[in-house]
Design a protein around this ligand. Structure first.
Ligand SMILES: Nc1ncnc2c1ncn2[C@@H]1O[C@H](COP(=O)(O)OP(=O)(O)O)[C@@H](O)[C@H]1O
Ligand SMILES: [Mg+2]
Ligand SMILES: [Zn+2]
Length: 510
């Protein structure tokens, strides 16, 4: 006797369909499961057995074997209890196994037969639809998330008994129809650049960063507004495309962070992890793997406030995502990747005490301490930051002035125009923004005119700039020219770009 049900599992942020095969043979009663990680096995067995019996059904007699195919992949997630229990009822002919072929089901069972929510529903529902299923049976709390996938009927259940009713053909009352909701305007945010007094240079740097996709480092004493400025970056970024929004929603689904009211994530992520964060929480992983902060920042902003306070290992791990836009998670069963493409915004004090170079210059740090402090930002990390900007404390008069700064909406218009120019320029390439160009492509796409080259050559001789630093300047100059609507990169554009290398000017980095 053989019975078959269908479920789904996750690898990275993608789902795949899992076949749940149940078989029995005469002999001493036993119950084994193949295809789950060892530590999950015993618990799942106990839950399934108790839920079947406590829901008033019979547990099959004899030697019972369940195989989660493909069996060689150890699956993650507690969502297999429900399809296993359904397959066991079919094995015992309390259900028709044919009725289990139409749908994928997911859910962890409690001992009393209640069905508990699980994470990763969105990618698994997408996998079910792509595999040709027309329905999915999920815990009630996950129904709205499953309903984001078009072309899939969603059944929302509270108990194992409900799932059996659906398999017996009484499913209508469990059909989930998502309620109509007004779509929130993703741009609406309380943090607007008009609140920031002064700081023209930092605002300009953030505008360039938003326009060209560049990473930014703000250096300045405590209280000058670095955190305030960074939090306003999302207000000038373009809206996410539908594909970007779906990708972000999948990541939040896998992380278990999608609340059932939210639906699809439309606002660009802004993540600001504290410097005491563990490496797993920052980069992802763990025994039941979840995406970390760098993946939760996908398509949005990762703000590392007080970056010099982060552990050196945490900063080193950022190298791969900054280069490739992904992070590899190594596990006993193999490696998979999570997406991690974000704009990095970092802030730091100029020295451990924070007051080096301020007007009153009351810094108490010696040079060795300052060097050690800055060395934390290793070369590879700094290499991926195109814009360094000094942020000074603003004068009292400016702080108390009533004059409002330029609102985010106006800045955003210029950013969108510069993005449109880039979309046109890179239409036939894999690039989206100037910041992403690398190697020979920088020289191709970000070519300087004659006077601009002369200025750059001059600066490079005076300051011993590396080839990489020259590329960074060229990329930023390209974005500055795009913001000005200029096809050529002129001397003024390059001169401004050179200004955003303040760390090199101070001999802090190569
Ligand atoms: N340029 C500014 N314009 C308006 N308010 C400011 C400015 N700079 C600082 N502030 C005020 O000071 C507070 C602290 O600024 P913050 O951004 O936390 O500084 P930092 O991160 O550089 O230490 C802000 O919440 C804000 O109220
Ligand atoms: Mg701060
Ligand atoms: Zn100091």
């Amino acid at each position: 006797m053989l019975a078959l049900a269908h479920s789904a599992a996750m690898l990275g942020i993608d789902g795949y369909v899992v076949r749940v095969e149940a078989d029995s043979a005469a002999g001493t009663p036993s119950f084994s499961i193949i295809g789950l990680p060892d530590r999950a096995l015993a618990e799942s067995r106990d839950r399934v057995r108790a839920a079947i019996v406590n829901s008033g059904y019979r547990f099959p007699a004899g030697r019972v074997l369940v195989n989660l195919a493909p069996a060689d992949v150890k699956k993650s997630g507690p969502g297999f209890d429900l399809p296993i229990a359904l397959a066991l009822l079919a094995l015992d002919e309390q259900l028709d196994t044919l009725a289990l072929q139409r749908f994928v089901s997911l859910g962890e069972l409690a001992l009393d037969g209640a069905v508990q929510s699980t994470r990763g529903i969105l990618p698994m529902a997408i996998a079910a639809r792509n595999a040709g299923f027309d329905a999915i049976v999920v815990p009630r709390a996950n129904a709205r998330e499953a309903a984001l996938v078009s072309g899939l009927h969603v059944y929302a259940i509270a108990t194992f008994h409900d799932a059996v009713s659906i398999a017996l053909g009484h499913g209508e009352k469990f059909r989930f129809v998502p309620p109509e909701r007004p779509v929130a305007d993703p741009r609406r945010t309380d943090a607007d650049f008009c609140d920031v007094r002064g700081q023209a240079l930092a605002k300009r740097a953030l505008e360039i960063a938003a326009a060209g996709g560049h990473n930014v480092l703000m250096v300045g004493p405590p209280g000058c507004g670095k955190t305030m400025l960074a939090r306003r970056l999302p207000s000038i970024l373009p809206e996410m495309s539908v594909d970007e929004a779906l990708e972000v929603t999948k990541i939040y689904s896998v992380a278990g962070l999608l609340d059932d009211e939210a639906g699809i994530v439309t606002a660009r992520p802004f993540r600001a992890p504290h410097h005491t964060i563990s490496q797993v929480a920052l980069c992802g992983g763990g025994s039941s793997p979840r995406p970390g902060e760098i993946s939760l920042a996908q398509n949005g902003v990762l703000f590392l406030d007080e970056i010099a306070e982060f552990s050196r290992t945490a900063l080193e791990v950022m190298r791969q995502p900054l280069e490739e836009g992904t992070i590899a998670i190594a596990r006993a069963a193999g490696t998979f990747v999570y997406p991690a493409r974000f704009a990095l915004v970092a802030s730091m004090n100029p020295c451990p005490c924070g007051f080096r170079g301020t007007r009153d210059n009351d810094c108490r740090c010696d040079d060795a301490a300052v060097a050690k402090y800055v060395a934390k930002l290793s070369g590879p990390l700094l290499d991926r930051i195109d814009l360094h900007v000094d942020v000074a404390r603003i004068a009292y008069d400016e702080m108390v002035s009533r004059a409002r700064g330029e609102p985010s909406a106006a800045i955003r218009e210029r950013v969108l125009a510069a993005r449109a120019i880039q979309a046109h320029r890179y239409a036939r390439t894999a690039y989206r923004t100037n910041a992403a160009t690398s190697g020979a492509d920088v020289r191709r796409w970000c070519a300087l005119d004659e006077r601009a080259s002369a200025i750059l050559r001059n600066a490079s001789l005076k300051r011993h700039l590396s080839a990489r630093a020259l590329d960074r300047i060229a990329r930023v100059a390209r974005t500055i020219a795009d913001l000005a609507g200029s096809t050529t990169i002129s001397d003024a554009h390059v001169a401004e770009a050179i200004g955003y290398r303040s760390l090199e000017r101070r001999g802090m980095a190569a």
